[in-house]
Write a protein that binds this ligand. Structure first.
Ligand SMILES: Nc1ncnc2c1ncn2[C@@H]1O[C@H](COP(=O)(O)OP(=O)(O)OP(=O)(O)O)[C@@H](O)[C@H]1O
Length: 623
């Protein structure tokens, strides 16, 4: 077993520089906020600046009030005393009023900013997640990253903004307060700083530990989310009840939650103890100046107003210092978490447009040619295709039949460049498809995937999604539905083409598997692409529906290049060329009659099934 190299202990200096580098990078991080809500940010900064000055005004007015009170008590005429107190009292009330007013305007600003930032980050994450290679979905690391980016980014950004704002506001208050304290001794602000440093150190250390733990716990948290979905999702509801899987998944969920809770509580316990220690140190350091001021007051060297001012200013100064350093700790912590978002946003796709794209052929004249293709899925050593050759002539219907796992669906993914082959090349009219712009290449294809997605939308929109760019008319949608054999089904729905499909939203209806497949087929047909790939188009259809659909399909596919991936011989036999695939290789090719005459795998499967009196629908798994 390989041993891990011993981790070098970090020195205090390297820890400090790590913290500093994270903190100094703050403007870069805040740029994103600036892009999302710049004017709200300006308003927010102005409000914070004013709010930062208010505590000092309160402290100063307290001194004025106490001094006026002392002076008033020495006067014989009460009305004169009253007028002495009036001005500072009114000013104090004004400051209190302004504090309240600022609070509510700030609350409003913060809510607006929070909405804008959340939406902005969601847009960035969505843009990235629809752009990255399909290969990213193959790795748990990608799912962890996506989870971290989605799960915490918005809240961490808001928290970062909050702590930065708080740091800004408290720095202003602190500077003003330090100015007030300076006449009593230049060393006082220094004592304030010293008394709060231990707490700061503890905040930073534990924030880092929390971040490390949180990164490590991402996979566990994703598991709990998975169990949560299984326990609550409609697609799983029937199996869950029939196989009585509820207790199994509930227990798995609870075990993980318990583990996560325990780890988090342990961290919190250690942090609380350390914080208590830091608070005791701070108390010891700050007791001395208070005793010193009291002694001076007793000596008559300072007045009561001074004592009140000093007490308030020192007390608030210390709280402020603690908050300031706490803010820095928070900024550091949130920045650590936001690194996940930036890491996610900086993921680089490998399947990209070429530097000098070539125009896609229009119309397709020769067809598609796969030359010596080898391919393994990312993260897997097992080749799905090895030295694979295939020609799909333009304008013909080519069927690919083969047993499970032969690599049939993989072919369609390579043709659309969801993945690139590890060796060999795919040519369209003699040009390597890597020379085309991705969008242009994919626009040449329409695909009915093996497991098509039913969208929560109306029947018409479900079909229109095949070609949203062209804003299809209802007549075009209906024509596609006719071609897929979905028209009659949709006509029978309560609101026809306007019926919502899926039951997650109001007035939705559920279609059967075969009906859903026809709607998906209609979506594929609507896209007027020159190359059609149909992966098991009739797998959910009954034999009558299949026979009827096949009749229509011939005319629909006319003039287009079609690849039909199927287990069904009744479908394959109508193709111009049939390729039999096995373990990543083409083992037989020809039309139905040629293959029957050859007496190979195709013919044996066909005979075995017809002799058994079955509909010859599925290729048998011959040895
Ligand atoms: N995303 C993936 N990551 C890793 N391996 C995969 C992935 N998708 C498919 N495979 C593997 O590639 C092989 C070929 O899969 P493919 O889906 O192309 O088979 P198929 O011929 O379409 O099978 P079926 O008739 O069952 O649909 C299978 O062994 C499968 O396990």
């Amino acid at each position: 077993m390989q041993r891990k190299p011993p981790q070098r202990e970090k020195t205090l200096g390297s820890k400090v520089s790590a913290v500093l580098s994270v903190l100094l990078d703050l403007p870069q991080t805040l740029r994103l906020v600036w892009s999302s809500s710049r004017w709200w940010m300006v308003l927010w900064a102005v409000l914070l600046f004013i709010q930062g000055l208010l505590p000092v005004a309160t402290v100063y007015l307290t001194k004025l009030l106490v001094d006026s009170l002392v002076a008033a008590t020495k006067l014989d005429i009460p009305s004169q005393g009253f007028s002495l107190i009036l001005l500072p009292a009114v000013l104090m009330a004004g400051v209190l009023l302004l504090t309240e007013l600022l609070q509510s305007v700030l609350g409003w600003t913060r809510t607006m900013q929070s909405e804008l930032i959340q939406d902005y980050i969601s847009v960035l994450v969505h843009e990235k997640s629809v752009a990255v290679d399909l290969a990213f979905y193959e790795t748990p690391e990608y799912h962890d990253k996506l989870h971290q980016a989605r799960d915490q980014a918005s809240s961490r950004y808001l928290a970062l903004l909050e702590s930065t704002g708080s740091l800004f506001q408290n720095s202003i208050t602190f500077l003003a307060m330090a100015t007030v304290l300076l006449p009593y001794g230049a060393w006082l602000p220094l004592i304030l700083l010293l008394s709060t440093l231990p707490a700061f150190y503890i905040v930073v250390i534990f924030n880092r530990r929390y971040h490390q733990w949180s990164q490590k716990a991402t996979t566990d948290r994703r598991w709990t989310e998975y169990y949560d979905v299984v326990l609550t999702h409609s697609a799983v509801a029937a199996e869950l009840r029939l196989f009585d899987l509820g207790p199994h998944f509930q227990s798995a969920y609870q075990v993980l939650r318990k583990k996560l809770r325990r780890e988090r509580l342990n961290l919190l316990k250690q942090q609380s103890l350390a914080k208590l220690g830091a608070a005791l140190i701070a108390l010891g350091v700050s007791g001395a100046p208070m005793a010193w001021m009291l002694w001076k007051a007793l000596q008559g060297l300072i007045g009561l107003g001074d004592l009140a001012l000093f007490y308030q200013a020192f007390n608030q100064g210390q709280n402020l210092m603690r908050t300031l350093l706490g803010n820095l700790g928070e900024i550091y912590n949130n920045k650590l978490f936001l690194a996940n978002l930036f890491e996610f946003l900086s993921l680089q796709s490998h399947i990209v447009d070429p530097l000098e794209p070539v125009r896609v052929p229009s119309p397709v004249k020769q067809g598609i040619c796969l030359r010596r293709i080898s391919f393994s899925y990312p993260g897997s050593d097992r080749p799905v295709l090895k030295d694979f050759n295939l020609t799909i002539p333009a304008g013909q219907i080519v069927a690919i039949v083969g047993d499970n796992g032969a690599g049939k669906s993989t072919l369609s993914k390579l043709l659309c460049r969801f993945y690139d082959p590890t060796a060999g090349q795919i040519e369209l009219d003699g040009i390597d498809i890597r020379n085309f712009r991705l969008k242009d290449l994919r626009r040449l294809f329409t695909v009915l995937f093996q497991y098509p997605i039913p969208y929560e939308a109306t029947a018409a929109d479900n079909i229109a999604m095949g070609s949203l760019d062209s804003q299809p008319s209802l007549a075009e949608i209906e024509a596609a539905a006719q071609g897929a054999g979905a028209h009659e089904t949709i006509e029978r729905l309560p609101h026809g083409y306007d019926t919502m499909l899926g039951k997650s939203f109001a007035q939705g209806v559920e279609l059967s598997g075969g009906e859903r497949q026809r709607v998906a087929l209609a979506r594929a047909f609507l896209r007027n692409a020159p190359i059609i790939i149909l992966d098991e188009p009739t797998s959910a259809m009954d034999s009558w529906a299949e026979a009827e659909w096949l009749e229509r399909f011939r005319s629909l596919a006319k003039g287009r290049t079609t690849v039909v991936i199927t287990h069904r011989f009744t479908l394959a036999m109508r193709a111009d060329i049939i390729h039999v695939m096995r373990k990543g290789e083409i083992v037989e090719s020809g039309n139905h009659h040629e293959l029957l005459e050859k007496g190979g795998l195709y013919s044996q499967s066909w005979k075995a099934q017809t002799e058994a009196g079955d509909r010859p629908s599925v290729i048998s798994n011959l040895p």
